[in-house]
Design a protein around this ligand. Sequence first.
Ligand code: ZN
Length: 268
Amino acid sequence: MTFSEAQINRYARHILLPEVGGTGQSTLLKSKVLVIGAGGLGSPVLLYLAAAGVGTLGVVDDDVVDLSNLQRQIAHSTDAIGTPKVLSAQKTIKAINPDVTVVPHQERITPDNALDLISGYDVIADGSDNFATRFLVNDACYLAKKTLVSAAILRFDAQLYTFKAHLTDTEGKHGPCYRCIFPSPPPEGQIPSCAEAGVLGAMCGMAGSLQATEVLKELLGIGESLSGSLLVCDGLSTTFRKISVRPDPGCPVCGENPTITDLGIHKV
Ligand code: ZN
């Protein structure tokens, strides 16, 4: 593709990188990423992907901006209070980079719409704040053969994963999915939410920036994929641990004898 003068200027620091260059920047401009949740994680993910020139950004969120969101949800401003988050995020993204097409999906992701929602995108970034959604997105991405970059955050802690268990290498081996690590959601109330236990706002920015980096790596096919690892970040001690995770042959989604072959398990 041919860049305009303004695009050459806008993406100059990317084009300088041998791993990106003009070809990689063209790839980004043609890429489509779906971000689930326009909250603490979704905000920095959306802003960095928009600034990077990812051509189409879908945003799924059914919530409106609340004053208590602004301590960490940096895609939204004080004058957006009461506005649907998808529209507030769209306005912010457009102000950063008019090259980006934003597709607002003002709804919750559900077992009924999940496959339709994710089918039009290359990579899915999950920044949702609850286990039910995280398991639904994992299962839907595996069934729809989509790469998923997922992050989770609480208090001063963050976790980051990339899942693409649908892809096999030349030996027929594949990486793990979320259910290989956590077979089923924890009992209700066992793990508190950010609304219950709090979160340091800047931790969302750190985790979301890492998540955006992994999305860009997957789109560009560069570096070492995080698939097969779990990154655990402790903000209070400033430590990062990368833990190796293997696929579970007994996994109900990506294992040898899968029992989850559609999203029916998520319907109550
Ligand atoms: Zn699995």
